[in-house]
Ligand binder design. Structure first.
Ligand code: TLP
Length: 344
């Protein structure tokens, strides 16, 4: 049988043999008591990589963003996010549901950045009629903006503004290692002006489960409390933390292959009539393509019939994500399938 090429997300990537071996051999304990040595090792490693005081393992990126927000905002506070952010669009309104926190979206430009004037304008003043603006969230890389990378200067400017208004900065860095690789900087540089970061082990790093929140000792203690409150205190979590340790050692640099594959994919698709993509915009592993020549659902089902899985990004756009397990040869095959599906 022909291989199914699954480009719906990098979350579909499977653990390496080395990870499976580490999972098998992991030293375990009860992490709610703080006694799982493998979880402790992973958290220490993450904190060190990001130059932060402390870190905590959580079940998912969604949980990480939530517990980091709950730790830094009170009921009735407001958090500024991008209008194309994952936090706004795909996290089930969890800040509102569990924290009584209001979200205030401002525009994400095509490259994922904010207009700093707009950001400044929406920060509330001291007035009994209005909520307190407590935090701003930066998504890096930016999922819905084709994996755009938010640069150091922009992060610095946002943070400077936030600091001057007594606000926190959270980074939704589900794919922060992709951003660091694309910019050629170490990951700590990308968060040096932030209070907290969530990053995911289960995306480009190919782990089966898990995300990590990093921040100051005090904040992470509060994050731990919130994790427990939400039922996310896990016992022998070293079972999957073991894969995380291997991932941080072995899976970061290889993601440049994913970036190259995404670029080749975008360049190929740009030459196909009926589809639109700007290859120069593709800096990491996400390619979002506008489908002009066919109804979107028909296009997606025709691709599936030919052995290619993609996801429906929005309206008439599909998303293709490269990841561990997708080889250069899969990219040529993908281009053949896309070409035949759009022209038939
Ligand atoms: N994104 C998933 C889907 O939910 C869309 C994907 O396939 O890309 N922040 C960002 C920027 C994300 O892209 C995601 C997952 C999350 C947070 C949430 O992570 P999980 O899925 O672990 O809760």
């Amino acid at each position: 049988m022909n291989k199914i090429i699954d480009l719906r997300s990098d979350t579909v990537s499977l653990p390496t043999d080395e990870m499976r071996e580490a999972i098998y051999r992991a030293e375990l304990g009860d992490d709610v008591y703080g006694e799982d040595p493998t979880v402790n090792a992973l958290e220490a490693k993450a904190a060190q990589i990001f130059g932060m005081e402390s870190a905590v393992l959580v079940a998912s990126g969604t949980m990480g963003n939530l517990v980091a927000s709950l730790a830094q905002c009170q009921r009735g506070d407001e958090v500024i996010v991008g209008n194309k952010s994952h936090l706004l669009l795909y996290e089930v309104a969890n800040l509102a549901v569990t924290g009584g926190i209001q979200i205030r979206p401002i525009e994400n430009k095509d490259d994922g950045t904010f207009d700093l004037n707009e950001l400044e304008l929406v920060i509330r003043g001291d007035d009994i009629h209005v909520p307190r603006t407590k935090m701003v969230v930066i998504e890096n890389t930016h999922n819905r903006c084709s994996g755009a990378v938010i640069g150091l200067d922009h992060i610095k400017e946002i943070s400077k503004l936030a600091r001057s208004r007594d606000m926190k900065v959270h980074i939704d860095g589900a794919r922060i290692f992709n951003a660091a690789l694309a910019l050629g900087v170490t990951p700590d540089k990308l968060v040096e002006n932030a209070d907290t970061i969530t990053f995911c082990l289960s995306k480009g790093l190919s782990c089966p489960i898990g995300s990590i929140v990093c921040g100051s000792k005090e904040t992470i203690l509060e994050v731990r409390r919130n994790r427990k409150m939400l039922g996310g205190g896990m016992r022998q979590a070293g079972i999957f933390a073991a894969a995380g340790v291997v991932a941080l050692d072995t899976m970061v640099d290889r993601m440049s292959e994913d970036h190259n594959n995404a670029k080749t994919l975008a360049q190929g698709i740009a030459e196909i009539d009926g589809l639109q993509v700007e290859p120069n915009m593709i800096k990491t592993n996400i390619v979002i393509v506008e489908v002009l020549a066919k109804p979107i659902t028909k296009f997606i089902s025709d691709l599936k019939e030919k052995g290619l899985l993609v996801s429906h990004a929005d309206t008439n756009r599909v998303r293709l994500v490269t990841h561990y397990g997708i080889e250069e040869s899969d990219i040529s095959k993908t281009l053949e399938i896309v070409d035949s599906a759009i022209s038939n």
